[in-house]
Ligand binder design. Structure first.
Ligand code: MG
Length: 168
């Protein structure tokens, strides 16, 4: 049986993933408005991915005969100074999420809950991928700097991203 401590921590993570979804949806809305449809597309798919993370945790709680509890989602920023600013904020946020997942993993070890530890392995791997992807986009943005053509090409490239459900 899932300990109460772990159940609460997993529910907190559900909320954190939903907040991430909300953050990226806000970025998507903002960049659509700013005439960067490719960036908006990228963040809209990121929004879907975060919802998938939350749902995977909810499904796991259910599988362990525990109940997912939906807490209010805190407000998110509504604007960013630049595309790069948004991706830097994304990287910083994902680094925080990685820390949250690591703390959850440590708690699962402490509670000797090996099933939860195994479930979290996929989340640990997912975070490596998230951080790497965003770091690559920031590298590309640094390369082009304020060059309009370069930024246009990056926007076009981000427009090609399609949703692939994460394997969790
Ligand atoms: Mg996530």
């Amino acid at each position: 049986m899932l300990s109460k401590k772990l159940e609460d921590a997993l529910n907190e993570q559900v909320n954190a993933e939903m907040w991430s979804a909300y953050l990226y949806l806000s970025m998507s809305i903002y960049f659509n408005y700013e005439g960067r449809p490719g960036v908006a597309n990228w963040f809209r798919i990121q929004f879907q991915e975060e919802q998938a993370h939350a749902l995977a945790l909810m499904d796991y709680l259910n599988a362990r005969d525990a109940k997912a509890v939906l807490q209010p989602i805190a407000g998110v920023p509504e604007s960013w100074d630049s595309v790069k600013d948004a991706f830097v904020a994304t990287l910083e946020h994902e680094q925080k999420v990685t820390e949250l997942i690591n703390n959850l993993y440590a708690l699962a070890e402490e509670e000797k809950d090996f099933a939860t530890r195994q479930k979290l392995n996929t989340f640990v791997a997912e975070q490596v991928e998230e951080e790497e992807t965003v770091r690559q986009i920031i590298d590309d943005l640094n390369l082009v700097g304020s060059d309009g053509t370069g930024l246009y090409q990056i926007d076009r490239q981000l427009a090609t991203r399609t949703y692939v459900a994460p394997q969790l």
